[in-house]
Design a protein around this ligand. Structure first.
Ligand code: NOJ
Length: 740
């Protein structure tokens, strides 16, 4: 018997939903409530008896990792037709950067600095996932990541809270659409709340220690933005934050999320992170872990079963308030109503467009085009000039590998659907260009130099070499951190061997993180950083190489010269002894027995200086952009007012191109020290050769707010510097003053 009356209800408004939720809640036993708070793993293509029985008994609120449509519909049927109250299931899946049509990894998408592209990508991912009955995804990951050793930087949107907030919200919009009940909308889950990106040493799952002020000014900002954008759910992090595991962290889950931000969605724990609190040494056993988690405010438990095993006893013992449980269940049921699951829990694939259709592939290609970052282009070797070329060598283990280009977190996409670089280059080259191909290395990690002679010979009989190197998919992502982030294996040696030929080299890198390329930059002419670009990586890269389109990506994260510089990010503090070109000396230039105080006495590394290899926001294109005449609309503004800042942007090159124009601000004096620069705006501007335009931004004094040492969000009157340019290194600046 099921509660048929709910099945055909249309959701009219928030009030109707709440009254339906309350009515349903009033019919539920405690065991059924706890069932709603439990998420279990699917078996992958079939329904085991124990799962069917648990669903019938109302012990399951959500199933994750089941994408076989018949199985999904059968799970829903069991819940709706055979459980006492007929409550449909949430079906969760990690759709991190695409379902069947794989987009660039999130860090790559962040390099597009294009909210429309990111949102469209999330939309097609949602539509494809919904075709398999998925109604909830565990994305976006909006952990601020300032450590490229951390494997999960690949899943992140980079180092900057402003960029991450804008693009995280774009993903949420794409997944959730205008209405969660619409076909193709699925619930989003902003994760991992909070601080996971600060895992010590970049080692996954490691402890995170973040002072509250930095937590609020940096790490929590994208989550606040996600809450404001109506993200349906949040996920707690695996890590302990300042000594308290996130899944038992009442400061995060209750104080910040509920009391300060009024979040009305629900929070799911990460996979077994509740039981892991005992492994952290925070709780004695599963029962205590359940108590800590529920007390902190984790509404649903993923994968482990401490809620199912212990919550009833905890309520009976008076340790957990029933009203608290009711509130949690209300949030979960509310989402089910909003998703329209009571109206129609089943999925009919005919309601959806085909997976991997042409338009989805086009969107994936555009995302890949916009996410590639041209780091270097000496002598303008790119775009390849067909008129001057007879032959191209395409070399490298990743040139024809449809699997590795997909990157981490690909559960549902297939390598066979990828178009790799070699095929795409051949296709674009047509009959008038000879493409000579060899691998050079069997795999990205291969220790053997056996293929080097053939690679050199291939380069020698070609006019230019396109060398496709980087990381395999498995080298980034969850639990896949690296301590050394050079190109793996013998790739550096292959570059050196090919550099000896004297032929121009265009290096295309596919990777899940920034790599340390200090020893690479002077051996090659151009570097196109493609991240792991997804299904359509090949055609996107081929278009860029041949100039069918201009690169336009910008780095969402700083590229260090050496791993020892980490953490290195543009929004650093000034320190009491800021480094400068003059103060910074290399140890090779220091005479023997130099006195301790004879050097610059500033904040830098003797062997690496203080600058990164490539700064945040950097990225070249085929145009030739210049910024001139920065102006502010006023020199003084009062709190509550806005100021306009503008520059002239000129493309004096011979190619049309798109530039991501960036706005940075510095608050010179603060109640807590302020970053030397903070991104406050960005715009993509396309200019034809010779074209000039005025690009403006408006800044409100609220945009300058930060958490002071009393944890109050304030804009302090005072002096501000403002920059507009093509990277965080932009030289053109102006100033203004804010007065009370
Ligand atoms: C663990 C990961 O940390 C999380 O991001 C993911 O969503 C869950 N597993 C579910 O697969």
């Amino acid at each position: 018997m099921h509660s048929v009356k709910f099945l055909h209800q249309d959701i009219q408004d928030e009030q109707t939903v709440q009254s339906m939720v309350n009515e349903l809640l009033s019919q539920m036993g405690l065991d059924e409530k706890i069932g709603q708070m439990s998420q279990v793993c699917g078996a992958g293509g079939w329904v085991p008896d124990h799962l069917a029985d648990a669903i019938r008994a109302g012990q399951v609120g959500s199933v994750l990792n089941e994408v076989d449509l018949n199985t999904v519909n059968e799970l829903q049927r069991l819940a709706v037709e055979e459980s006492r109250l007929g409550i449909p299931l949430l079906l969760g899946r990690d759709v991190i950067h695409g379902f069947k049509t794989i987009l660039p990894i999130p860090l790559g998408q962040a390099a597009s600095w294009d909210a429309n592209v990111v949102s469209e990508g999330a939309r097609i991912s949602a539509v494809e996932a919904a075709t398999a009955g998925v109604n909830w995804t565990f994305a976006p990951m909006i952990d601020i990541s300032r450590d490229p050793r951390w494997g999960r930087i690949a899943e992140s949107l980079g180092e900057d809270p402003f960029l991450c907030s804008q693009l995280g919200n774009a993903m949420i919009r794409g997944f959730q659409g205008a209405d969660l009940a619409e076909n193709g909308s699925i619930a989003a889950c902003a994760k991992h709340f909070a601080g996971y990106g600060a895992a010590e040493g970049g080692r996954d799952y490691n402890t995170a220690n973040i002072p509250e002020n930095e937590l609020r000014n940096v790490y929590l900002r994208p989550f606040k933005a996600a809450v404001d954008a109506n993200c349906a759910t949040l996920m707690s992090a695996f890590c302990d934050l300042n000594g308290v595991p996130a899944s038992g962290n009442a400061f995060l889950m209750d104080q910040v999320l509920r009391k300060e931000w009024n979040f009305d969605g629900f929070v799911v724990s990460d996979w077994e992170s509740i039981v892991e609190m005992s492994v952290h040494g925070f709780t004695d056993d599963d029962e205590q872990a359940a108590l800590e988690a529920v007390t902190a405010g984790i509404d649903m438990e993923m994968a482990s079963s401490t809620y199912r095993d212990h919550l009833e006893n905890l309520v009976a013992a008076g340790k957990v308030d029933l009203e608290k449980i009711d509130q949690m269940v209300r949030r979960i049921l509310t989402l089910k109503f909003k998703l329209g699951l009571f109206r129609n829990p089943y999925t009919n694939p005919e309601d959806y467009p085909a997976l991997l259709n042409e338009s989805h592939r086009e969107i994936a290609k555009e995302a890949a085009v916009k996410s590639c970052v041209l780091l270097q282009n000496n002598n303008r070797v790119l775009p390849l000039n067909r008129a001057q070329l007879d032959s191209i060598a395409v070399i490298g283990p990743l040139a024809d590998d449809g699997y590795e280009q997909l990157g981490t977190w690909v559960f549902d996409g297939n390598a066979e659907d990828s178009i790799h670089c070699l095929d795409a280059i051949k296709q674009l080259a047509g009959d008038d260009l000879i493409i000579n191909h060899c691998k050079g290395l069997d795999s990205a990690r291969s220790p053997s130099h056996e293929g080097f002679a053939e690679a050199v010979e291939t380069a020698m009989r070609s006019d230019v070499t396109v060398l496709v190197l980087g990381e395999e998919s498995f080298m980034s992502g969850e639990a896949h951190s690296r301590a050394n982030i050079d190109l793996p294996g013998q790739q550096q040696q292959l570059i050196e061997a090919l550099a000896e030929t004297g032929k121009p080299i265009v290096l295309v890198i596919m990777a899940g993180r920034p790599l340390t390329l200090d020893r690479v930059v002077d051996k090659v002419d151009a570097i196109l950083y493609a991240w792991h670009p997804g299904t359509m990586g090949g055609p996107a890269i081929a278009d860029l190489l041949f100039g069918v389109q201009s690169p336009s990506g910008k780095l969402p994260v700083t590229f260090p010269k050496a791993v020892g510089q980490i953490p290195i990010y543009y929004a650093t503090k000034n320190t009491g002894r800021p480094p400068s070109e003059e103060s910074c000396i290399h140890m090779d230039d220091v005479p023997p027995r130099a006195a301790q105080t004879s050097l610059g006495m500033a904040s830098f590394h003797l062997d690496a200086g203080y600058k990164p290899l490539f700064p945040f926001g950097h990225g070249l294109n085929y145009g030739d952009f210049h910024y001139v005449k920065i102006t502010t609309s006023r020199s003084h503004i009062a709190l509550g007012e806005s100021i306009d800042i503008a520059v002239d942007l000129i493309n004096s090159g011979v190619h049309a191109a798109e530039e991501v124009v960036q706005l940075y601000v510095r608050d010179l004096v603060g109640n807590v020290t302020r970053p030397v620069k903070e991104l406050k705006g960005f715009r993509r501007i396309k200019l034809n050769p010779g074209q000039r335009t005025r690009v403006g931004f408006s800044l409100h004094t609220d945009d300058l707010a930060f958490y002071n040492r009393h944890m109050q969000l304030v804009t302090e009157p005072g002096q501000f510097h403002v920059w507009i340019g093509g990277s965080s290194d932009a030289p053109l600046w102006a100033e203004f003053e804010v007065h009370p």
